[in-house]
Design a protein around this ligand. Structure first.
Ligand SMILES: [Zn+2]
Length: 117
């Protein structure tokens, strides 16, 4: 269950990024498909990790990115539903690019959203 250790490290990240004296409402995470995150398990892990902490009740939102594949034949980079998608040129030796991202994209605090880059 790697989602749980992920949730624990997210907690630290959220704490480091949350402005002092602000009440957190929700966080948004963007994850690449290579992370293999199961949304349901991630939701559960987040609730378990925040239980009994000051972040209890903070909503967790997960944005799953599609696969980004690169074709060595025609040098195209395209998005696909799975990593074994052939390129339009017929090439099947495509390889994933930047598919193991994990980013904290947004912290929402009470009354206003705080966009992070
Ligand atoms: Zn191609």
């Amino acid at each position: 269950m790697h989602e749980f250790s992920l949730a624990t490290s997210l907690l630290d990240l959220v704490r480091a990024n949350c402005p002092d004296n602000e009440v957190l409402e929700s966080i948004t995470i963007e994850a690449g498909p290579m992370r293999g995150i199961e949304p349901q398990a991630m939701q559960w892990a987040w609730e378990a990790a925040t239980n009994d902490t000051d972040l209890h009740g903070v909503k967790f939102e997960l944005i799953q990115q599609p696969w980004t594949l690169h074709c060595p034949n025609c040098q195209t980079t395209f998005e696909a539903d799975d990593m074994f998608t052939d390129c339009d040129c017929g090439c099947s030796r495509t390889s994933p690019v930047d598919c193991d991202n994990l980013r904290l994209v947004r912290l929402t605090v009470k009354d206003h959203a705080n966009e992070l880059v």
